[in-house]
Design a binder for this molecule. Structure first.
Ligand SMILES: [Zn+2]
Ligand SMILES: [Zn+2]
Length: 290
């Protein structure tokens, strides 16, 4: 089952000819989730051939322009291209008013419904759940209210051993029971034990999205053992004072967050355009991990 993260933009502050501002598209079990929507996100979606009408849930971390200015355009294109499916948007409460104002002053309308789910920055919170995943918001440490998002697969079921299906002529009902960890008691006294007919489930996967933020002290247990942590690294350590003043992180600080939370992979982004050589971010992060 798919669990993919696609980076659509990794520039801080302004888009350039080389890269767009923040946006990421997640494909989890063939459901598409959009995180942040910087300018030009819809063009990136087209470029990478993602069908954006398949996106039903959009998560916006905060209201700095480089994280949401593409949302109005995307919503408008969804309307013009005939969307009827409801769109769910999760983000700071003020975003709701901004979207409504944009629709009102242009005297337009949306032919689809959108539902707004306000985030808050007091505590981590479960904000989305379906039959396969959970999404928690995580308050970050930025200049304005900002949340990260943690996507976790739900605990999966045991995997049936195919040979056992034929060997015991298992019915669908029996397979479901065994996958749930229950034993099957057949008429006539035969017992089929779940532990003999199934293998343990594949481990659940976790992706943590952290942008924009200074190093966190609260809530980091949510990042623990993530398979992938996306952590902003706007600056290198040569600008650590600037990072502190603007509530951002350096590549070294991002690497230390990954190390301290025992995450398996780290993805850096939100690079300041003052740096032309992006390999320097990797060098600094690797050094911190040694
Ligand atoms: Zn930003
Ligand atoms: Zn910001």
């Amino acid at each position: 089952m798919k669990f993919e993260v696609n980076i659509l933009g990794c520039s801080a502050a302004t888009p350039t000819l080389k890269s767009n501002t923040t946006s990421q598209l997640l494909n989890i079990h063939d459901k598409l989730f959009l995180i942040d929507c910087g300018e030009g996100t819809q063009i990136q979606l087209r470029k990478f051939k993602f069908k954006f009408q398949r996106i039903s849930n959009v998560f916006i971390s905060h209201l700095h322009g480089d994280h949401y200015l593409g949302l109005f355009g995307l919503m408008s294109s969804m309307h013009l291209l005939g969307r009827t499916k409801t769109l769910h948007i999760y983000g700071p409460p003020e975003l709701h008013a901004l979207i409504d104002l944009n629709i009102k002053v242009s005297q337009s309308y949306l032919r689809y419904k959108y539902e707004f789910h306000p985030t808050q920055t007091e505590n981590p919170e479960l904000i989305y759940e379906d039959n396969t995943i959970l999404v928690h918001s995580l308050p970050l440490n930025h200049r304005i209210p900002t949340t990260g998002f943690i996507f976790v697969e739900k605990v999966k079921k045991n995997r049936i051993v195919k040979a056992k299906i034929h060997q015991h002529e298992l019915s669908i009902e029996e397979i479901l029971k065994l996958k749930n960890g229950d034993d099957v008691f057949r008429e006539g006294g035969e017992t089929l034990y779940s532990k003999n007919c199934t293998l343990p489930p594949f481990p659940s996967r976790k992706f943590a999205f952290m942008s924009d933020t200074a190093p966190l002290t609260k809530g980091i247990e949510l990042l623990e053992n993530a398979d992938l942590l996306y952590h902003e690294s706007t600056f290198l350590n040569d600008k650590i004072d600037r990072a502190k003043d603007t509530f951002h992180s350096t590549a070294e600080q991002a690497a230390l967050a990954a190390k301290n939370s025992n995450v398996k992979k780290l993805c850096l982004g939100h690079f300041s355009n003052r740096y032309t050589e992006r390999s320097l971010f990797l060098d600094e992060a690797f050094k911190a991990l040694q």
